[in-house]
Write a protein that binds this ligand. Structure first.
Ligand SMILES: NC(=O)C1=CN([C@@H]2O[C@H](COP(=O)(O)OP(=O)(O)OC[C@H]3O[C@@H](n4cnc5c(N)ncnc54)[C@H](OP(=O)(O)O)[C@@H]3O)[C@@H](O)[C@H]2O)C=CC1
Ligand SMILES: O=C1O[C@H](COP(=O)(O)O)[C@@H](O)[C@H](O)[C@H]1O
Length: 490
């Protein structure tokens, strides 16, 4: 059931002293409180194994919020109101007996939200230990982070462990890209504007590009990242979710299952990339030393904690095809990487040219309309259209220009909430539409696993690219072979 208003709830954060909690969860909860979106009796129990008192944890929260949100953002009164909600419980998640302490903290009758900001290997043990307490009723919602496993088999183990204790309707699997305002806007763009809805298929679209470029390296997360790589870390989750939102058929309504059913159909229709297709369809890269934002940076193999012979990829470009009526013959070119020249995420829809061209043959290359959807930064969209160049001497020369919508300029300059604010708010309201269902996770793994197996079988190392460049040249060759290029006018 979806609540329309903020409900009274108790939130338990397992792993509350970790990186995610510090950087994302507590800042998001603070912002919700500041916006008046936490009910007066909402309480937060921070749970971790370090020996600390509630007072110490509240003090560190102040420092961390100041660091994350900037000093100006912290209002004393709001901060005091916020930290009063927070208690700390020292607990090793393997200590079954220790879980009994959690019961004393709960407000009887309140909705309970259990947020597992822990390694996925802990999800099962926490769920089982909670089952022994009064923390698994139908008034409980459980939030888990990506990645769910590192392949299909291990994701099934994690999902089975959760399913042993909780019903699917209680599970909120986070993919934080779904919490980004501009990602949700894809649904509005596609299904609120008949102009696009009627053009959204292989009759009108020639190809689609999805780029999620990061300028950061692995940010001290070698231990995690080296076991994952960019394909598992970014494509299996965020980029396939973006692809689904672009490619799915219209859902019959905005309910979680209507949307998720349509996404699953897309994932099931993804054409497997077989071993003999790999050369043409997938490029894997790893950064070497170079520059980032004007300063020298080490290569992946020289990062802190690195194993110097790692063949983990930090860049992937691939061509995905969707075997269904809507998308037959329309490639989706996807690329994502770390230590690229800048951070931006955008989707480009390349429309087919008009069936008959009557203008200057030299300008024929301009003839495709493009819809550019900027997810971050500078959120907005531009529709590239052709008009006549102005002036008596120009004849019918064409000029390409944008119909431009920059959200920060067109709409009142409101702060764009961080993805985790939106996601936490939806969890409190019990709305699962921005969360990933089990079958989505598993179909995504099935497709990604095959690519990983192909890499393992070939034993070919990733191609090198210097930090601060756009990835291996092979990624340019991949799209050029099809007579296309990555869109550059950012
Ligand atoms: N950090 C990020 O940006 C992102 C993280 N995620 C996911 O979020 C989850 C958390 O990640 P992250 O915060 O980076 O991880 P961290 O390792 O920084 O935090 C994990 C937390 O869990 C605690 N913990 C682990 N084992 C136990 C145990 N047996 N008993 C008690 N406490 C325990 C750790 O305690 P201690 O400090 O004592 O070790 C720590 O507080 C992971 O699933 C990750 O994949 C997803 C997207 C982005
Ligand atoms: O989930 C992850 O996402 C971040 C990128 O997120 P963004 O919101 O900054 O675009 C990525 O850096 C990280 O490796 C990955 O685990």
């Amino acid at each position: 059931m979806v609540d329309n208003q903020t409900t009274s709830c108790d939130l338990m954060v397992f792993g509350a002293l970790g990186n995610l909690a510090k950087r994302k969860l507590f800042p998001a909860l603070f912002q919700l409180d500041r916006a008046g979106l936490l009910a007066p009796d909402n309480r937060i129990l921070a749970i971790a194994r370090r020996n600390m008192t509630t007072e110490q944890v509240r003090d560190t929260l102040r420092e961390e919020l100041e660091a994350q949100l900037g000093l100006d953002d912290i209002d004393d009164a709001v901060f005091r109101q916020f930290v009063q909600r927070v208690d700390y419980c020292q607990l090793d998640f393997n200590d079954t007996e220790g879980f009994s302490e959690l019961n004393g903290w709960r407000t009887p009758g309140n909705q309970l939200i259990v947020y597992m900001a822990t390694p996925p290997s802990m999800y099962g043990v926490i769920a089982r230990n909670l089952r022994a307490q009064d923390c698994c009723t139908d008034r409980t919602r459980v939030v888990v982070e990506k990645p769910i496993g590192h392949d299909l088999d291990s994701s099934r183990v994690v999902n089975d462990e959760l399913a042993e204790v909780y019903h699917e309707s209680q599970l909120f699997r986070i993919d934080h890209y779904l919490g980004k305002e501009t990602v949700q806007n894809l649904i509005a763009l596609r299904f609120a504007n008949n102009l696009f809805a009627s053009q959204w298929d292989q009759n009108h679209i020639s190809h689609v590009e999805i780029t999620v470029a990061e300028s950061v390296g692995i940010e001290g997360r070698w231990g995690y990242f080296d076991k994952a790589g960019q394909l598992r870390d970014m494509i299996q989750s965020h980029l396939l979710q973006l692809l689904c939102l672009i490619a799915m058929d219209p859902p019959s309504d905005l309910s979680a299952d209507s949307i998720r059913d349509e996404k699953v159909k897309v994932l099931k229709a993804l054409k497997p990339i077989t071993r003999d297709m790999m050369d043409q369809y997938v490029v894997r890269g790893q950064y070497t030393a170079g520059t980032s934002e004007g300063r020298p940076v080490p290569g992946y193999l020289e990062e802190e904690g690195a194993n110097r012979s790692s063949s983990t990829e930090t860049f992937v470009a691939l061509k995905a095809e969707i075997d269904n009526w809507r998308w037959a013959g329309v490639p989706f070119y996807i690329r994502t990487g770390k230590r690229l020249p800048e951070k931006y995420s955008q989707i480009i829809i390349h429309f087919k040219p008009a069936p008959h061209y009557i203008f200057d043959p030299d300008q024929k290359h301009l003839a495709n309309n493009k819809l550019i959807i900027r997810l971050q930064p500078d959120e907005g969209m531009a529709l590239k259209i052709l008009t006549k160049d102005q002036g008596l001497d120009k004849g019918m020369r064409l000029r390409q220009g944008p119909l431009e919508l920059t959200f920060s300029e067109t709409f009142e300059a409101e702060r764009i909430p961080d993805a985790y604010e939106r996601l936490l708010w939806e969890i409190m309201r019990g709305n699962q539409y921005l969360f990933v269902r089990r079958d989505e996770v598993e179909h995504a793994w099935r497709w990604v696993d095959q690519i990983i197996r192909n890499w393992q079988d070939s034993g070919e190392p990733p191609k090198r690219y210097a930090a601060g460049t756009w990835g291996p040249v092979a990624s340019i060759a991949m799209i050029t072979r099809d007579g296309r290029s990555w869109y550059e006018d950012i």
